[in-house]
Design a protein. Sequence first.
Length: 135
Amino acid sequence: MPPLRRLLGLGRYAPAKGWDTVLRALAELPEATLALHGPQLTPADRAYRPALERLAAELGLLQRVSFGSEVAYDAVPGLFAEADALVNATRGNAADKVLPAVLANQQSALSALQNMQQAWQQLPAAQRSSKRFAG
């Protein structure tokens, strides 16, 4: 199998998402790049992204990592198509549940996406947008 070169991370810039762990792992993969996309919804999120950018600089990764903002739902399939692997280092009880359920064949990808959409619709309006992936 060829090495995983184009890594993708989707989700909030929140400490619970573990992006610092992903950056440290990226430092061990000299041929890999990482594209992160996600919103900054809270003051902690807004403080965490600059900390991640500083960590990337300290690790010498600025040429291999990009920090993007949230993306439109219809752009996600294109991001998946461009990536070799999706990374997820979510910590503790903040773990995402949709992807593991799909991988364990507990539900279809369509069912998982429908469940995710239902959960998203239950969020307060201030925390969601009809055109954005918030992860």
